[in-house]
Design a protein around this ligand. Structure first.
Ligand code: GDP
Ligand code: IMO
Ligand code: MG
Length: 421
């Protein structure tokens, strides 16, 4: 399969979990390289539903090495809970390796995340309140705690005490309740004890894996337009969700990467605040009425809209997308006409890229092309030729507009609802 970076080409929740699960069949190692438990990657195995937040989705296939890389921010309590939930669902977590350099998400990060959102009022980001922004903030400020500290009880106690003291002052200024060192220390010491067997130098592990020719799959979290550098700042997450993040977040060099796969829905969704040029209430109502497009992490209803080819083309450039996996094609099965955004109008200007200025993006009006709907159930199609001709034309058109090769079309959440083109 070669070393593959898989990224979300839109605003997250593109169906990365499902595609990772499909591709893992021929991979040896699956690595998360950024984000934290703000991610929610859904995989169905038969009727059983699994939602992965920190653990690579590859854990659901036996014998695959799963790595949480240095670029991830780890909530130790969340991770222990995820391991326990998987166990209850019949999945034993054993081939898991966590980078000793990965930064920790601690209770004051979650509390600060909430307090900052309250303070922003109507300008809030709509975060997952998992403490992601403040944890990456500490990392960049060089004041963070890492996995290596957590598994070293004596060192952890002193570092945690100082951090809670400092953050209680900040929380006091917000008018929030101070945190109790004793309670947090006891909980995190126990989580550290549980996680210690998994903690190691993952750079060395990955280097050995590449040296023996293992196939590595880099599991992106979030999506291109949530990238801290390239997304619709400030309505973004706090990590590099684009392809470059796979290298920095794992320690695997760019010249070891063989291909980049972009995952995108056949339409657009976004959860949280910020501009979404093709947002459309009718599409949202239709998908929500089908019971679809509710967040895997927070349960929030996702905002929905038409496919935005201006956005995905920009995404293809930033990520160097070679191949595309288009998911949720079946979501459009009942429509008479399907719109695709092929340009933005911003005042008198016409744009064919996503503007960095959030105020300009917010005023962008989509220019649409229309495609005839296929009005046929695609969820039972298993081969390219079985898809209705109009569905094939639509898929080819959105891949061409994006500027990458169509490789996979997905017509349902299950493994077998996957068409290799
Ligand atoms: P991720 O964060 O990118 O892994 O995506 P999520 O798991 O948050 O959300 C994608 C949702 O779409 C999940 O509920 C998946 O089970 C579902 N899904 C993925 N591909 C398809 C598809 O082709 N058709 C349908 N109906 N659902 C899909
Ligand atoms: P997966 O990996 C969709 C969004 C939040 C919010 C913004 C910042 O499942 O695709 P954060 O908690 O990261 O500070 O929130 O980013 N967000 C996601 N949206 N999918 C995700 O992950 C997301 N992770 C964060 O809704 O708008
Ligand atoms: Mg998700």
């Amino acid at each position: 399969m070669a070393n593959t970076i898989l990224v979300g080409a839109q605003w997250g929740d593109e169906g990365k979990g499902k595609i990772i699960d499909v591709l893992t069949e021929t991979a040896d190692v699956v690595v998360r390289t950024q984000g934290g438990n703000n991610a929610g990657h859904t995989v169905y195995l038969g009727p059983k539903k699994y939602v992965l937040h920190l653990i690579p989705s590859g854990i659901l296939r036996k014998g695959k090495m799963c790595i949480i890389g240095n670029g991830v921010v780890v909530d130790p309590i969340g991770l222990v809970a995820e391991i326990d939930t998987l166990k209850k669902q019949g999945v034993t977590v054993k081939d898991l390796f966590i980078s000793e350099s990965a930064h920790l998400v601690l209770p004051y990060h979650r509390e600060l995340d909430s307090q900052r959102e309250i303070l922003k009022g109507k300008n809030k980001i709509g975060t997952t309140k998992r403490g992601i922004g403040p944890a990456y903030g500490d990392k960049a400020a060089r004041t963070g705690l890492r996995m290596i500290d957590l598994i070293n009880p004596e060192r952890f106690e002193g570092l945690l005490r100082a951090k809670i003291k400092e953050n209680n002052e900040i929380l006091k200024a917000f008018g929030a309740k101070p945190l109790s060192f004793a309670k947090i220390h006891a909980e995190y010491r126990e989580a550290g004890r549980r996680l210690k067997p998994f903690v190691t130098n993952t750079v060395v592990l990955l280097h050995k894996a590449t040296s023996r020719g293992a196939d590595i799959l880099f599991e992106g979290a979030q999506g291109t337009f949530l990238d801290i550098d390239h997304g619709s700042y400030p309505f973004v997450t706090s990590s590099n969700t684009t392809a470059g993040g796979a290298c920095t977040g794992s320690g695997v060099a760019p010249n070891k990467m063989d291909r980049v796969m972009g995952v995108m829905k056949a339409y657009t969704t976004r959860v949280g605040e910020g501009p979404l040029p093709t947002e459309n209430a009718e599409i949202a109502d239709m998908l929500h009425a089908m019971g679809r497009e509710f967040g895997a992490t927070t349960g929030r209803a996702r905002r929905c809209g038409w496919f935005d080819a201006v956005a995905t083309r920009y995404s293809a450039i930033i990520n160097g997308i070679d191949e595309l996996a288009v998911t949720n094609l079946d979501g459009l099965d009942t429509l008479d006409t399907i719109k695709v955004c092929i340009g933005y109008r911003a005042g008198s200007a016409k744009l064919d890229y996503v503007p960095a200025d959030i105020e300009v993006l917010a005023m962008c009006q989509p220019i649409y092309a229309e495609f005839p709907g296929w009005k046929t159930d695609t969820s039972k199609c298993r081969k390219w030729k079985q898809l209705p001709p109009k569905a094939r034309s639509y898929l080819k058109a959105i891949a061409e507009l994006t500027g990458a090769k169509l490789k996979i079309a997905s017509v349902g959440p299950a493994r077998e609802q996957t068409i290799f083109v």
